[in-house]
Design a protein. Structure first.
Length: 209
C-alpha cells in the first residue's frame, strides 16, 4: 500500500500526463482495429460482476468448509474495490477523451453504467491483479509439477498483460490508471493470499490441485 500511495501522489501531481497520452496513441497506432471486438470481450473478465462474483463463490466454499482465514482472504476484494472507487472520486485525474474510446461491447452489466468523476485507478486491473496474485501464489506453493507450474505462471502473466493492454488500447484508462490499479490489486492480493495460504486446508480444494 505504501508503493501505491506514493505512486498515487505522482499521479495527483500530474507527473504522468505526457507518458499516458503517448502510450495510448502508440498502442492505438500499432494495433489493428480488427482487435477491437476481441479486446472488448476479453475485458469482461475484469468486470466487477465476474471478479467479485468469483470471489463470492470462493467465499461461500470457504464458509462451507469452516476456513475462517480463507473467508477473510476472499472478502479482501471488497476493501480493494472500495479504495479503487474512493480514488476515482477524490483524485483529480480525468480519463481518456471520447475520441480514444474503442470498446465495442454491448452489455447490460450494471458496472458499465456506473460512472465516477475520474479514472484513477483502474478497477479492472485492481480486481484482475488481486485474483491473479492469489492464483500465482497458490500455484507456486501448492503445485509440484514444474512443467505445469511454469505454463500456468506464463498464462497468468499473459492475462495480466492482456488486461493492461485492453484498458489502454480501448481508451478506457491511461497507463497510470493501469499501473495504479495493478499496485492496489497486488497489495490486497498479497494480503489475501497470505491468509488463504496460511489456512492449510486450501491445498485440498480441487480447483487448485
Amino acid at each position: 500500500m505504501i508503493v501505491f500511495t506514493v505512486f498515487s501522489y505522482t499521479v495527483a501531481k500530474e507527473g504522468w500526463q505526457k507518458i499516458d497520452f503517448d502510450t495510448t496513441v502508440k498502442l492505438q497506432d500499432h494495433i489493428s482495429r480488427k482487435w477491437d471486438g476481441i479486446f472488448s470481450y476479453f475485458s469482461l473478465l475484469g468486470s466487477a460482476e465476474v471478479t467479485i462474483g468469483f470471489c463470492l463463490i470462493m467465499f461461500f466454499l470457504s464458509v462451507m468448509r469452516f476456513r475462517l482465514l480463507a473467508i477473510i482472504g476472499w472478502l479482501m476484494i471488497v476493501p480493494a474495490t472500495l479504495v479503487e472507487v474512493f480514488g476515482k472520486l477524490v483524485l483529480f485525474h480525468p480519463g481518456p477523451p471520447v475520441f480514444f474510446h474503442r470498446s465495442l461491447l454491448p452489455t447490460q452489466l450494471p458496472s458499465f453504467y456506473v460512472h465516477t468523476d475520474f479514472s484513477y485507478p483502474s478497477g479492472h486491473m485492481t480486481r484482475t491483479i488481486f485474483l491473479l496474485t492469489i492464483f500465482l501464489l497458490l500455484v507456486l506453493f501448492f503445485w509440484k509439477t514444474n512443467f505445469r507450474k511454469i505454463i500456468t505462471i506464463i498464462i497468468i502473466i499473459l492475462i495480466a498483460l492482456m488486461m493492461a493492454i485492453t484498458r489502454i488500447y480501448l481508451g478506457e484508462h491511461w497507463l497510470s490508471d493501469v499501473l495504479g490499479g495493478s499496485l492496489l490489486g497486488l497489495s490486497f492480493g498479497l494480503f489475501a493470499a497470505a491468509l488463504i495460504l496460511f489456512n492449510k486446508g486450501v491445498a485440498k480444494l480441487d480447483f487448485f490441485r
